[in-house]
Design a protein around this ligand. Sequence first.
Ligand SMILES: [Mg+2]
Length: 426
Amino acid sequence: MKPADRPPVSSGSRRGFLAASVMGGFSAGVRADASDMAAATMDELARVADQPVLDVSFVDRPVRIASIELLRVGRIFLVRTRTTDGAEAVTVPHPARMTVAYPIFLNLVAPWFIGRDARDLERLLWEVYRHSSNYKLQGLTLWICVAAVEMSLLELMGQVAQRPLADFFGGTLRREIPVYVASGNRGNAPESEVDHLRRLAAESGVRALKYRVGGRMSRSADSLPGRSEALIPAVREAFGDRFTLYVDANSSYDAREGIRIGRMLEAYDYGFFEEPCEFDDLWSTKQVADRLCMPVAGGEQEFSMHRWRWMIANRGVDIVQPDLHYGGGMIRAAKVARMAATAGLQVVPHMSGGGLGYLEVVQFASWTSNIGDFMEFKGNTALPVTCLTSSLKCEQGVVHCPSGPGFGVTLDESWVRQARPIDQDR
Ligand SMILES: [Mg+2]
């Protein structure tokens, strides 16, 4: 659709648009839903974040943690958790980041959980953060280590209770999870990127795509001069009006350039504009979100619950994107989602690639009430897993969420046996 065919944007700012919406009616093609009317105060969100999200009422005996080991097989890390009465779980922490973060895992995080009851997990997340001076290391490297333990203990409890992960988060709401695929390219010519997107869509059967604009932390420089301006109309032209299109700027722009690019995206009816400004520049991000009528998404590097609360209360973004590893795990991401729900916002978790990231996002989507329309799917990895209840593959744009205990998959035992523990003294 050409810009001239688009209905005029009803105001120069999102706030103006919202005010106009209250006065009566929405313009077709401009995001318009009841959630626009919702808002939440910082105090309300604090109360929501304090509410427990983890339901362990059906785990009828202590799940006492006897050991938490970090193993490695090839380049892949595994976490093996055992209880005092012999139950065991093996899970996959963040593959790439654990390469540098593992001393924190071994020295500061995992030992602190030994002897505790995994049923207290939600409270323990705060305690391990507070313990000693762990909070002074606040950041991705700390929180991916906490997430590694958290997901392992969730799996452990799932195995002990023989209940799927969703039961710990209020129950399954859906099993068919629509996904989008994303291109990881930058710097290639617009025509070759359009061809690449066509291939991605043909292979997966998706009805939604994401690609990259800008130059990644580039202070507004494009990866190729004019690439983003060429792609924005060209991709819409190539896929037509019925496709949902997203872009990710990966922190490329200042507010002014973010607004300029965002106006183009609006004109071609893009579904969201991800991380327009540097990820920790909440103020510029909010400026872009305030000026655009289309949703701005962000937060994949965010690990602070206070900043999440501020962003949600002040509508710094329209769609929250907690990463399930970077932010400290499923429980903290669920709290972000609940705060977002209180403010009428959707959540589209960021997917850490590698490992079982594709499965974790699908699981999270299965129980989250305010989940977005499509989850990211970066493809299956080569890890040897079997699953009795799902192919785990993207079929016609949908991934079926497994229903077995815990995460619902089993890592190949002979492969796990090849893994060697990483020594705490390394
Ligand atoms: Mg992103």
